[in-house]
Design a protein. Structure first.
Length: 405
């Protein structure tokens, strides 16, 4: 008997199974009806469950009842979770498309197969991703964390956290942890539709990341960085005064034109890098100075570093409270995802290389996934304009109004 996507237990009456499935589908249509065509959602959900199968459903969703679940109420909701994935993937692909183009996708067998396939991908990652997500966001809006790229980046970050937990003695553990901490925090704010708070975190993450890139080069001296880091800890956490050892180094700094003790405290360790100041002649004790040096030393990274420099500058207004949100939330989705893509992807690859392990998650090629979905997102980002944003949100508004009639 066809069960319309509901997974029955062997002892259940067939009529009861059918009634429960219909009730579930009615509820799912009500919950998601303003964001996706109702029948399309149910059809995709049923196909996903069919291809997933009962054994895999039980593998990724623990449906066993327990005392803990009875007390906390934190039971699994597989159909709801899967529908959030379907909606997120479909809406991510629909950005800047006309209503007609969206309808054509919904009717296309090729597109439907792709949507089912990518939903199954997300289910296979869910123990590192949506199993951690909120049932309801703090502020209403798009569920951007269920969009493909942020979802996959969250999974990578969780995987990194597990690796770091088991490898505390890594040489640059503090850098890995700092990048991970800021990246996951930014994704969590994106989840709750608080994107303005994610920009300062992304800015800090970029700063940690470029320091990390420089310290991974053979000419960098980690001991000098560590010395300055301890000066920074002493100054900020203890006396609020600059340590005597630091002041002596400041007097002998390589770039005497730089007058800021604070800048030198954060970046003075670059003085120990041979040839640094012959390459960096402007603001050497800064993120911009390190970026200039890295671009000179690594041609392959120039596009990535230029993007990060651009976004590092654009985060300034959010960091200092001048801006909290943009008129068009999808712009936040673009910008935060791009920053996280470059940093989290590269850091994950570095960590896997250092641990001599495959850069996958439980056999799933997550790097190929995020590269594929970044290409989609970045093509959309390049089409951004006030007119396209207006059309996109006006189209969404009209769709919601039509569905209420």
């Amino acid at each position: 008997m066809e069960n319309q996507g509901f997974i029955p237990l062997p002892f259940m009456d067939p009529h009861a199974v059918k009634n429960i499935a219909e009730q579930n589908n009615t509820a799912l249509k009500r919950i998601f009806g303003e964001r996706i065509r109702k029948n399309f959602l149910i059809q995709i959900k049923e196909q996903v469950l069919k291809e997933l199968g009962f054994e895999n459903l039980m593998r990724y969703y623990d449906l066993r009842w327990s005392d803990e679940e009875m007390i906390t109420g934190n039971g699994e909701a597989p159909e709801y979770d899967i529908c959030r994935m379907i909606v997120g993937i479909h809406r991510a692909y629909s950005i800047f498309l006309s209503r007609q183009e969206v309808r054509e996708n919904e009717k296309s067998d090729k597109y439907r197969k792709r949507l089912v396939s990518e939903t199954l991908e997300k289910i296979r990652l869910r123990l590192y991703a949506s199993s951690y997500f909120r049932r309801k966001t703090l502020f209403s809006g798009e569920e951007f964390l269920y969009y493909p790229l942020p979802y996959e980046l969250f999974a990578v970050a969780v995987k990194m956290s597990l690796l770091l937990k088991d490898n505390y003695g890594l040489k640059h553990w503090q850098f890995y942890y700092g990048i991970l901490h800021n990246g996951l925090s930014a994704l969590t704010l994106m989840e709750d539709n608080l994107p303005g708070g994610a920009y300062p975190l992304c800015r800090g993450m970029i700063e940690i990341y470029v320091k990390f890139l420089l310290l991974n080069r053979p000419e960098a001296l980690s001991a000098d960085y560590e010395k300055f880091r301890m000066y920074e800890v002493e100054q900020s956490c203890c006396s609020q005064k600059y340590p005597e050892g630091f002041l002596e180094l400041f007097k002998k700094r390589s770039c005497q034109n730089a007058k800021s003790k604070a800048d030198y405290l954060h970046f003075g360790w670059v003085d120990s890098i041979d040839g640094y100041h012959s390459i960096v002649t402007k603001i050497p004790y800064s993120v911009y100075g390190i970026l200039a040096y890295l671009k000179c030393k690594d041609d392959d990274r120039i596009p990535e570093l230029e993007q990060l420099e651009h976004f590092y500058k654009s985060c300034h207004a959010y960091t200092h409270g001048s801006v909290q949100t943009a008129v068009y939330p999808v712009l936040h989705y673009f910008e935060i995802s791009i920053m996280l893509y470059y940093v989290i992807r590269s850091t994950f690859l570095q960590l896997c290389g250092e641990l001599d392990m495959e850069n996958s998650i439980d056999g799933n090629d997550v790097i190929s996934m995020i590269d594929r979905d970044f290409d989609v997102l970045y093509r959309q980002y390049q089409k951004r304009s006030t007119d396209n944003f207006k059309k996109y949100y006006n189209c969404q508004k009209e769709e919601r109004e039509n569905k209420k009639r």
